[in-house]
Design a protein around this ligand. Structure first.
Ligand SMILES: [Zn+2]
Length: 305
């Protein structure tokens, strides 16, 4: 499939907004949301500033409906690794994600030419457990107006526990880069949240004038029903790392931000039971076969007012 879903260049000064879907190939709602937004931009011919790009992250994994093929495309972003791939490229030993990484980065670099007032990377994901509506961003960007416009729980320090995310890599290259988790993989709610969330952040970034009384402005209505039950800002206390071989199975029924107590039985693996290391809120419990993280435990550091 084509990596580029859309490019809209106003020719006017303003921000560069890169919308990225399916860095994890089975998280397809981001791609559909980006297609929806580009279609409406064309249809309505709305005036805008700056440049908007829509990209697919892992095209091959997307076609296969898998999170990844050889390695996780959101755990490999490291300048040294990228340099090595570029300089010591060995087609005989190429892994599927080597190609994805190089082509995706090439596409991003093509537009990152120093002309823009702000550079924003919106990395659209979905989760395998319910209530997966949140933003992941480094702490120093947590107050960014674009991020705040989405009003979702903000996870400020996941990058201390996860190495090689694209978000962190582009943050170091001067992007306001964040993961926007829309909800359960393949759900209508995730698609609606991603679609309306993209409009909301385009307004907040002042790329577009808000279209009042229009379906593009219904973000507040969409989040209204669940937002008050979610924390505002959380910090990560614990990561339960797994390897593909250890037989990890999460106990059924956990959803994001559900309270857990120290010592609570959460999962099993080949060694036996896995228990909560501390009190807190469970975060990203894994209910799919691929992934390195069984679950996290987080704590609320700022409540919703
Ligand atoms: Zn993901």
């Amino acid at each position: 499939m084509n990596r580029v879903l859309g490019i809209k260049d106003s020719g006017q000064p303003g921000p560069l907004i890169i919308l990225l879907g399916a860095v994890h190939g089975n998280e397809t709602t981001g791609v559909h949301a980006i297609i929806n937004v580009f279609r409406s931009l064309e249809e309505w011919n709305l005036p805008f500033r700056g440049k908007i790009i829509g990209l697919v992250g892992n095209t091959k994994a997307y076609e296969m409906g898998e999170r990844f093929l050889d390695y996780d495309l959101n755990r490999c972003w490291d300048e040294e690794f990228v340099h090595k791939l570029r300089t010591e490229h060995d087609p005989a030993n190429e892994q599927a994600e080597d190609f994805e990484l190089l082509e995706l980065l090439g596409e991003i670099e093509k537009h990152d030419n120093g002309k823009y007032s702000t550079k924003v990377l919106v990395d659209l994901h979905a989760t395998s457990s319910d209530n997966g509506n949140f933003i992941v961003i480094p702490d120093d960007e947590a107050d960014n107006v674009i991020v705040k416009s989405l009003q979702l729980p903000i996870i400020i320090d996941l990058e201390k526990h996860l190495e090689g995310t694209l978000m962190e890599f582009l943050h170091k290259r001067g992007f306001v880069a964040f993961a926007f988790e829309g909800g359960l993989i393949g759900s209508d709610r995730a698609l609606n949240l991603h679609t309306s969330g993209i409009w909301e952040l385009l307004y907040a970034a002042e790329v577009l004038e808000r279209q009042h009384d229009h379906e593009f402005s219904r973000y507040d209505q969409i989040i209204e029903s669940f937002i008050h039950a979610l924390p505002h800002k959380v910090s990560v206390l614990h990561r339960h790392r797994i390897s593909g071989q250890d037989g990890f199975r999460m106990d059924p029924g956990y959803h994001n931000f559900q309270e857990v107590k120290k010592g609570e039985h959460l999962a099993v693996n080949n060694e036996g039971g896995i228990f909560a290391a501390c009190d807190g809120l469970i975060f990203m419990p894994l209910y799919q076969k691929q992934g390195d993280d069984g679950f996290f435990i987080v704590k609320e550091i700022e409540g919703r007012i």
